[in-house]
Design a protein around this ligand. Sequence first.
Ligand code: NAD
Length: 255
Amino acid sequence: MSFEGKVILITGASSGIGAATAEYLAKQDASLVLIGRNDEKLQKVVDSCLKSTNNVLKIIADVCIEADANRIIQGTISKFSKLNVLINSAGIIQSGSIETTTIEQYDRIFDVNVRALFRITQLCIPHLIATKGNIVNLSSVCGIRSFPNVLAYNMSKSAVDQFTNCVALELAEKGVRCNSVCPGVIKTELHKRGGMDDEAYERFLEHCKKTHALGRAGNVDEVAAAIAFLASDAASFITAVQLPVDGGRHAMCPR
Ligand code: NAD
């Protein structure tokens, strides 16, 4: 798989799945535009990618801010003059049920996971049409299955899947593909950022041995490989797909 000559924009690139995907694609000679808010953390990812590819553009930006979203696209086009792939990895999680989720939590989750993804994608579309490029969205097993106590997050990821399929159908005739990956539990900072302490997170990972058929939580590289496949020409006849990368979790039912 080679991405030589392809320009790939990744949001949420300073950590977790976004960072691992950047490093994975750098090794396949992609030209990368890496988006994050924390300059120091994003620079570490840039430095790591520069070991494999010469073409890396770092843009410090908050995907929820309209001026930043515009700056991301303008910066990409002024540096590389084109865009081949958009990978929407920026996202947040917070626990909460219908009885406990505040409307502020709901808004925050939808702002990052849905509204910003919608807006960044919208701004990229003319450039993706021009290259007959493609989009890979980070959904979740929570988008395709229902779990209690992560209500707003689950709803946001279902919205990502619906967005993926509608955009795929809308742009198919223009040669643009759009797919989602739906990871199970992957070891990143996501859950701790969402409020889980170290002890609870260890218990959660232990519990994953039972909730994932393959008997463990996943690693970021396993998701990066699936994203790279969907973004590549090897997936040229695949669009409107939600690809589980979850050790079989989506197929499991309690007995
Ligand atoms: P992560 O917290 O390491 O990565 C998310 C990134 O998004 C972070 O770098 C964060 O700073 C960034 N981000 C959040 N809000 C932002 C904003 N307003 N502007 C710019 N960047 C912003 O976690 P991760 O696990 O790598 O998550 C990546 C994606 O994968 C998310 O969409 C998440 O919902 C999804 N996902 C993760 C898991 C998992 O178990 N880790 C499972 C399923 C889906």
